[in-house]
Design a protein around this ligand. Structure first.
Ligand code: MN
Length: 253
């Protein structure tokens, strides 16, 4: 399923859930926004389409493939332990919630406020962690595969909404360095089909607000502390230089 199909189906399924409250307008708008991708089915979409029990995909490259920006030890611990823990904890939280097993990860995140209160936090934190990291690995360009610059529709949207790639990267850096405590800096596509930069705490997914994640920079200390210690800005610079813009472009279609 492409992303247009994913969002449209998700909105429809979530709208059909027999609980009170209207479908958040942002989700409905996102699902119906013109220009939604007829895009490539990339790995993050596959994770968004997972249902319980959720599984950890392997890293799409060797642990040292993104050195020196991300050292192999950090990459290995980050994927094999941190990402794995989000998957394990999500499965544990949902094991007794059989009514939720029919929903995909994307649907669980987009419809968060509709689920039983005791599992909302687990879905937000661990479901968000699973979705965020699945996209993150694919956004890092291994070795020579680095895509030098955005192209196509994404490049047009960056020019329209930020004027230049340099200005976009500066905004991403400001959000990433300025995020207090643990969280992510995100480039998102909004419900009105604009690009925007968000700083979100913890593992909050942009999907919680009906916004489509395009690029995410993980600024939890577990993402950088072994190599960079307190130099978060240096880590952010290194990551922004290793973004696989082809993958990012596939997110907007
Ligand atoms: Mn992380």
């Amino acid at each position: 399923m492409d992303r247009r199909g994913f969002l449209q189906q998700s909105a429809g399924v979530v709208a059909g859930v027999a609980v009170s409250g209207a479908l958040p307008s942002a989700i409905a708008s996102a699902a119906n926004a013109p220009g939604m991708a007829s895009g490539v089915l990339v790995a993050p979409d596959a994770v968004l389409n997972q249902r319980y029990p959720f599984t950890l995909p392997p890293l799409p490259y060797a642990a040292n493939a993104v050195e020196p920006a991300v050292d192999a030890q950090t990459m290995g611990i980050h994927h094999d332990r941190h990402h794995a823990a989000y998957v394990t904890n999500l499965n544990t939280a949902l094991a007794s919630q059989s009514a939720l097993h029919q929903y995909t990860l994307g649907e669980l995140l987009m419809g968060l406020r509709r689920w039983p209160a005791p599992v909302q936090t687990a879905i937000r934190n661990n479901g968000g962690g699973h979705a965020n990291h699945a996209l993150f690995w694919n956004l890092l360009a291994p070795g020579a595969a680095s895509a030098a610059a955005p192209t196509g529709r994404l490049a047009e949207m960056i020019t329209r909404d930020f004027e230049s790639v340099a200005a976009l990267k500066a905004a991403m850096k400001t959000a990433a360095v300025g995020q207090f405590g643990s969280g992510w800096a995100w480039l998102v596509k909004t419900a009105t089909n604009r690009l925007a930069v968000r700083g979100l705490p913890n593992q909050d997914s942009p999907l919680l607000e009906g916004e489509l994640p395009i690029v995410g920079i993980d600024v939890w200390e577990h993402a950088y502390y072994l190599k960079y210690q307190n130099r978060r800005a240096d880590y952010v610079d290194a990551l922004l230089a290793r973004i696989n813009w082809d993958v990012a472009g596939a997110q907007v279609g």
